[in-house]
Ligand binder design. Structure first.
Ligand code: GLU
Length: 476
């Protein structure tokens, strides 16, 4: 149980927003306009399943329409409620502004435990929910573009896209009504892993700045850093896997629903993920200690803590005991406003959610652009790029023959250089660039302003400034 003075998730987002606007020079009316959620649509619909009618409750919130379409995932979870959806929609507004994806903020949710229903039943429920939203333009390529979130994935997005297409048979852009679709239904390479990949790119960028690393009382690179991850869902799994396999990080702890695994020498993320898929939990995994009280492992000694599951997992209750000097918020809102204050006082560096998990919406943006342009990225340029590179390689080979033993062209150079970029490489390059640029814009504020001493306020300042500029340009 959280202490009584613990703010709710929505209050936390508002408190963090208020902390930022207090040091900005916005006209009071504009401040209020940006903070409030524009609209929330609640729908209750019935679906006949297992011989009886079941009623479901769903939401779609639109936080800010300073840019359209508005964007944000649809979550399937029993804890979904209006306050949560509105807080998540607000975070989408700031997230999109921070990473410069040209969208307003939105979010949706359906109160459901997806594990209670089989695939066919889930399809009926998802299609019916989509129908209600499409009917009101709350799913629309130019107005509101959902994406996966907790409890949803490619499969649900494909159903939503198909439902929209059935209701808009002559709309040539119908595929752009939702992102996170499977490749064969208009998706883009690299979307599934995008949020986890973004977390990796965010950490790589952080470690490119030794002064920032020092602020977290750390040094060196990601290599050998001890990481604890909470939640081995889509985001946590990909982030932990990439950090382990590509950056040399040691994943010492993995926290899941049924407790946590810990091994100071490192856990094999891929093996734990396979175990989880097979057994439905992490308990029993060999080569690790299992603690039934998973949350306790958040407090273990480590270099980087990655909460990648739910909101409000670091609270007034446990914040003082968190040992990690660096926290990267892969989930939305994992640290409450109260805990944030405790951690800031302790000197913990927090890479905030609106930046840390923005990889998903960034690649969603690429997918939306791909759908509107009706062509795969790289399809026109790839072979032409290869042909031009071939010219250089031909010349180098001529030199190679001429110089004899004195110099030779390395075969790996030739292979790497000759290959034109495919869609996946372009998506990764676009994502990497986005994560670097956004970090630098936050960092500039963090370092340059005396009244800003954490990355979260810096992120809010950059984002709110951009949203305000958009409203001003509209004459508001
Ligand atoms: N649900 C993800 C988020 O919270 C992705 C949103 C999107 O791609 O539109 O950022």
């Amino acid at each position: 149980m959280s202490p009584a003075n613990e703010p709710s998730f929505r209050e936390s987002v508002d408190l963090m927003f208020n902390r930022a606007v207090a040091i900005m020079d916005l006209p009071p009316g504009l401040e209020e306009k940006i903070r409030v959620c524009n609209a929330t649509y609640t729908v209750r619909f019935g679906v006949r399943l297992r011989g009886q009618i079941h009623t479901f409750t769903g939401y779609r919130s639109v936080h800010s329409e300073h840019m359209e379409p508005v964007k944000g995932g649809i979550r399937f979870a029993t804890a979904v409620n209006q306050d949560e959806v509105e807080a998540l929609a607000a975070l989408m507004t700031y997230k999109c502004a921070l990473v410069e994806t040209p969208f307003g903020g939105s979010k949706g949710g359906l109160c459901i435990d997806p594990r209670e229903w089989d695939e066919h039943e889930l399809e009926l429920i998802t299609r019916r929910f989509a129908y209600e939203l499409v009917k009101r333009d709350l799913i629309h390529p130019a107005q509101n573009v959902p994406a996966p979130d907790m409890g949803t994935g490619e499969r649900e997005m494909a159903w939503i896209a198909d439902q929209f297409a059935r209701m808009n048979t002559t709309d040539i852009n119908s595929r752009a009504c939702v992102t996170g679709k499977p490749l064969n239904a208009g998706g883009i390479a690299g979307r599934v892993e995008a949020t986890g990949r973004g977390v990796q790119y965010a950490l790589r960028e952080f470690f490119r700045h030794p002064e920032d690393v020092k602020k977290a009382n750390l040094s060196g690179s990601l290599d050998g850093k001890r990481v604890i991850v909470q939640g081995l869902g889509n985001v946590g799994y990909h982030a932990a896997k990439f950090l382990q396999q590509e950056d040399g990080a040691i994943v010492t702890g993995i926290i899941e629903r049924d407790g946590a695994l810990f091994n100071p020498d490192g856990l094999d993320v891929e093996a734990v993920h396979a175990w989880l898929a097979k057994h439905g939990g992490v308990a029993g995994f060999p080569d690790a200690t299992h603690t039934a009280e998973g949350a306790a492992v958040l407090e273990e000694d480590c270099d980087i803590l990655i909460p990648a599951a739910l909101e409000a997992v670091i609270t007034l209750d446990n914040a003082a005991r968190i040992k990690a000097p660096l926290i990267i918020e892969a989930a939305n809102g994992p640290v409450t406003a109260g805990a944030d204050e405790v951690l800031r006082k302790k000197g913990t560096i927090i890479i905030p959610d609106m930046y840390a998990n923005a990889g998903g919406v960034t690649v969603s943006y690429f997918e939306w652009v791909k759908n509107l342009s009706h062509i795969r990225f790289g399809r026109m340029q790839r072979r032409q790029e290869e042909a031009r590179h071939q010219l250089v390689v031909d010349e180098l080979e001529r030199l190679d023959r001429y110089l004899g033993d004195a110099w030779t062209l390395r075969p790996e150079f030739k292979d790497k250089y000759l290959r034109g970029a495919d869609e996946l490489e372009l998506v990764r390059s676009g994502l990497d660039d986005t994560m670097r640029t956004a970090y630098q814009s936050m960092r500039e504020v963090w370092h340059d302003r005396d009244d800003v001493d954490d990355l979260r306020v810096a992120a809010y300042l950059v984002a709110i400034d951009r949203v305000a500029a958009s409203y001003r340009a509209k004459g508001l």
